[in-house]
Design a binder for this molecule. Structure first.
Ligand SMILES: O=C(O)c1cc(=O)[nH]c(=O)n1[C@@H]1O[C@H](COP(=O)(O)O)[C@@H](O)[C@H]1O
Length: 270
């Protein structure tokens, strides 16, 4: 099934636009998990089992695995989701971007080695660096457009003629790069004005929207600015706000409660 169809089906099955970010930081795990051999995978397993009926996607963030040599546990995590909850798509957040021949290898890494359903990409180097990803027609390619971090505006809100750079990216992605209809955009929840503008530019395109929870984005403004005409079109990610909601034996229940809260807050404004 194509990534966007997977997301749509999961959104409807679980009545949720929430994506749980799997950003493991072992020092934040409860003590009894830290002691385990494969603590990253074990931690993720608890979180996934506790939230699988509340989400439309999972998003493991690659650096959190690579930094500690835990690539095997990233693969195990993705396989665990595929084996146990095949209806929930996996976005590998690796924000890759490089010349075509190298991008070929990054695409192979994301989609063939790890079996991800979608990947985050930095589009700054142009279409020839994006195309190795979009060539995988059933997979999703999610381009950074207007990111959630504090320094984003100094670059992404630069004026190019009478447009902002983020507007140029949104327009180019939609009009010129999306011939396989599998491109999406990252738009941070910390910027509802830009989110609204990007929605105007791109019609019903789907966005990955991080920045709620730990980064303080406003749920109401995000949902009202981001929804498409079907009342969908946003995959709302929270990582730390959900997975580190608790840090004792009940951490999985705490994560579940935080995911329910976010799902319900988002649904309240749909
Ligand atoms: O591509 C992303 O996922 C991303 C883009 C962006 O603009 N901002 C952003 O926070 N992210 C990622 O989304 C997650 C947000 O984590 P929390 O702030 O803990 O919810 C992290 O994995 C970030 O790397």
């Amino acid at each position: 099934m194509r990534f966007l169809d997977q997301v749509r089906a999961a959104v409807r099955k679980n009545n949720s636009l929430v994506c749980v970010g799997l950003d493991p930081l072992p020092e934040k795990f409860p003590a009894h998990i830290q002691e385990l051999d494969q603590s990253v995978f074990e931690f993720n397993k608890y979180i996934i089992d506790a939230t699988h009926d509340l989400v439309c996607a999972y998003k493991p963030q690659a650096a959190h695995y690579h930094a500690r040599g835990a690539e095997d546990q990233l693969l195990m995590t993705i396989e665990y989701i595929k084996d146990n909850y095949p209806d929930i798509p996996v976005i590998l957040d690796s924000k890759r971007g490089d010349i075509g021949s190298t991008a070929d290898q990054y695409a192979k890494e994301a989609f063939e080695r790890y079996g991800a359903d979608a990947v985050t990409i930095n589009p700054y180097m142009g279409i020839d660096t994006v195309e190795p990803f979009t060539r995988y027609e059933d997979k999703g390619t999610i381009l950074l457009c207007r990111t959630s971090n504090p320094g984003a505006g100094a670059i992404q809100n630069l004026k190019i003629g009478d447009q902002f750079l983020y507007e140029v990216i949104a327009e180019t992605a939609m009009k010129d790069w999306n011939s396989n209809n599998n491109i999406m955009l990252v738009v941070g929840a910390t910027n509802p004005d830009e989110l609204k503008r990007i929605r105007e530019i791109t019609g019903d395109m789907t966005f990955l929207v991080p920045g709620l929870g730990a980064q303080g984005g406003d749920v109401e403004a995000t949902v009202k600015s981001g929804l498409n005409s079907a009342g969908e079109g946003i995959i709302v990610n929270s990582s730390r706000g959900i997975i580190y909601a608790g840090n004792d034996e009940n951490f999985a229940e705490a994560a579940r409660a935080a995911a329910i809260e976010l799902r319900d807050q988002v649904n309240q404004y749909r």
